[in-house]
Each structure stands twice: as C-alpha cells, then as structure tokens.
Design a protein around this ligand. Structure first.
Ligand SMILES: NC(=O)c1ccc[n+]([C@@H]2O[C@H](COP(=O)([O-])OP(=O)(O)OC[C@H]3O[C@@H](n4cnc5c(N)ncnc54)[C@H](O)[C@@H]3O)[C@@H](O)[C@H]2O)c1
Length: 361
C-alpha cells in the first residue's frame, strides 16, 4: 500500500520506517511504500495525498468533511490516526464517504500518566523555578514552598486507560483518590471512590483531566466549574486543550482562586505546537498571558513522547494498515467500514459517543 504520512517529524520517520521494515521478517509480510510530509494535512495540503491508498495523521491534522471528501476523491481509502484521541476527524463524514478509519487507542498509558504526575510535582514543588534560580547561583528558597502530596485529595476526570494508570501512581504517593466518569468502571474502585464532577472539584487539591474531547466535555473546565474548585487547588490537563476554557482559567489564576495550572495541551495549539516559533512574534495573547504566571506550566503536547509509546504507536499504525489491506476485522476501527467489521473497541467507544458526540471540526 502507498501510505502518505502527514505532520511527520524525524522521530515519526524513524519509528514508522522501523515498524514497516519489520514486516519483511513476518510470514507473507509485505512492506508498504511510505511518503513522509512534514506539514499538516489540511484543505491546502490534501492534494499531496493524491495517489496514496491511505493517509496517516496526528493530533493537529485537519480531517474535516471537505478534507475527507478530497482524500476520497483522490483515491485514498483509509485514514490512520497515530494517536488515541479522534476529536480532529469527522467520523460520520468518513463513514458516509466509505473511508476506513482506525486509531491507536492504547499506547503506554503510563507515559501520559507519569507525565501528568510529573507536572503536578513540578508545579507543586516549583522545581521549574528552582532550576532557573540555581543556575544563576541563587539558592534562596523563598517562594519555593510546596505541599506534601501524601494525604492530599486528587480528582481524576475520566477513568479510562490513562486515568487508571494515573490513579495507580497517585495512590503510590499516598493520595486519597476521587473520580468522575459517566461510565464508571470496576478498575478504579480499588484506588478510590466515584463522585459527581461537582463533588470531585469541591474536594480535590489536585485535579487531573483524562477524558476525551467531545461535545459533552468541551470546556468542562469553565467559569462555573472553576468556581466549584477548592481555593488554591491545582489543575492539570494532559488530555485535550478544548477541555479548558482558557479565558476562565486566566481569570481564576488572576483572582488566585486557582492555585496552579499545568497544560500539556492547549485549545489553540494547532499551528503552534510541534514547531519552533522562538524567533517569531506569537500572536496568541491568551497563551502568552498564561506563560507569564509563575504558577503555570505549559508543555507542547509531549506527554506521549517516550520511546516505548512511539514504538507501540508505529507498530499499531502499521498493523491497522495491514488489517485494512488484508481485509481483516480491525479491532481499532472507529467506523463501520464495508468488509472490515468494527472491532470490540468500537463498541466501547460508541457508548462514549452515544452519550456525547465527538466534536465536529
Ligand atoms: N497529551 C498526550 O500526549 C496524550 C496522549 C494520549 C492521549 N491523550 C488524551 O488522553 C485522553 C484519554 O485517553 P485514554 O487512553 O485514557 O482514553 P480512554 O478512552 O481509555 O478513557 C477515556 C475515559 O473518559 C471517560 N469519559 C467520557 N466522557 C467523560 C466525561 N464527560 N467526563 C469524565 N470522563 C469521561 C470515558 O468513559 C473513559 O473512561 C484521550 O482522549 C486523549 O485526548 C493525550
């Protein structure tokens, strides 16, 4: 198959090429021909996919109805997301256009969970500030006081694979755990209790978001829900930027109601993240304002970024493509696609979707 990979970074080339090359040693395995594009997929760039059988996109590639239609008209039959979230694709349009779509639902959930905990501890113990001070020979501790995590209440919003991995780590720190999820699962009950979102926000010293971005979760953190949070509590978002209403968190930080904010994802990250803008004037005033707070940490969507996760992502993406080309039911299918039946994962994902439709772009 001819696969066109968009938003390809050097590490994508390395890991996808390695996973593709490994096919040569499998029985009957045939390698695919991969073309890498370092720019994102969008209405402007979609013509570059013409001639490909499949495209592979990442979190900030645009997979709206017009893009999907152009892909289909150009001969593309499959869309492979090399990420877990699928908020950036119009699944209904893909299905009606007869496109196969698959994602990588699980890749080292611990990679993201560990990063979320690392953000909490950086923000809480102020190691980001200590690092800079010490490099300048300033060993003064004023302003660096944190809080012992042991015994604190941590709220987990979304107890899927990452939420559970996060709960396991937080439990190891001796935290009391609360969770909110419209689909409560048994796995969390060994770590803590399910409560309503309102109760979670009112009781938690740290809140970590691990739910997908859907119509129902867009701006789940807003003026109202921030107001419900405990005074001085800290918020961590390693999930999707659209979960947080940026203007409202800025106001909550200014009033000191919100004690700290760590973001690995940002609502308007598309076009900014994954690129070097250090010599430019960044036009996003809200992001720039956020970065002026001493108690705000912003990272460029890197929670997934470990060797283990990249290996799993690449191998799974190549497996999904293999399932598609060999017309084997794909367990990571996100659509009901012609001869390729939906996998068991879809049934669970549809339950989530039924409750709250994915965001259309
Ligand atoms: N920063 C990164 O690098 C990175 C990497 C991977 C995934 N992610 C994000 O993490 C999210 C979670 O990943 P996962 O693998 O744990 O997904 P998952 O599908 O295993 O779990 C998501 C959970 O959220 C729950 N949920 C749905 N609606 C909710 C709501 N309104 N409130 C609370 N919970 C709700 C679901 O029931 C499910 O249990 C993904 O959707 C993705 O956006 C980020």
């Amino acid at each position: 198959m001819n696969l066109a990979v968009f938003s390809a970074k050097p590490y994508d080339r390395e890991f996808l090429s390695k996973a593709n090359a490994a096919l040569a040693s499998t029985e009957g395995g045939q390698q695919h021909t991969i073309t890498f594009h370092d720019f994102a997929l969008s209405e402007e760039t979609v013509s570059l996919a013409h001639g490909a059988d499949a495209v592979c996109g990442f979190v900030n590639d645009v997979l709206s109805e017009p893009v999907l239609r152009a892909l289909r008209d150009g001969g593309v039959r499959a869309v492979l997301l090399r990420c877990a979230g699928y908020n950036n694709i119009d699944l209904a349009a893909a299905e009606s256009l007869g496109l196969f779509v698959a994602n990588v639902p699980s890749y080292s959930p611990e990679a993201v969970a560990e990063f979320a905990l690392a953000l909490i501890q950086t923000l809480n113990r102020k190691t980001h500030r200590a690092y800079n001070r010490v490099r300048e020979g300033n060993f003064n501790l004023d302003g660096l006081m944190g809080r012992t995590l042991h015994g604190k209440t941590v709220g987990v919003v979304g107890t899927g694979k990452i939420g559970i991995a996060f709960a396991r780590i937080a439990r190891g720190f001796g935290c009391r755990l609360l969770a909110y999820d419209p689909f409560p699962g048994e796995a969390f009950r060994q770590f803590g209790d399910y409560v309503s979102l309102e109760e979670l926000l009112a009781q938690s010293d740290f809140v970590s978001l691990h739910c997908p971005l859907t119509e129902g979760t867009t701006h789940i953190i807003n003026v109202r829900t921030l107001g419900l949070m405990k005074e001085g509590a800290m918020l961590v978002n390693t999930s999707r930027g659209g979960l947080v209403h940026t203007e409202s968190v800025i106001a909550a930080l200014k009033s000191r109601h919100l004690g700290g904010l760590a973001l690995d994802v940002y609502e308007a990250e598309g076009g900014l993240f994954y690129h070097d803008h250090s010599a430019e004037i960044i036009q996003d005033d809200e992001l720039m304002r956020l970065m002026t707070f001493p108690n705000v940490l912003v990272c460029g969507h890197q929670a997934f970024f470990t060797e283990e996760a990249l290996t799993e992502i690449s191998e799974c993406t190549i497996r999904n493509l293999g399932d598609f080309s060999n017309r084997i039911p794909c367990k990571n299918s996100l659509v009901k696609y012609g001869p390729v039946a939906a996998g068991p994962e879809l049934i669970r994902q549809e339950l989530v979707r039924r409750d709250s439709l994915p965001v259309r772009i």
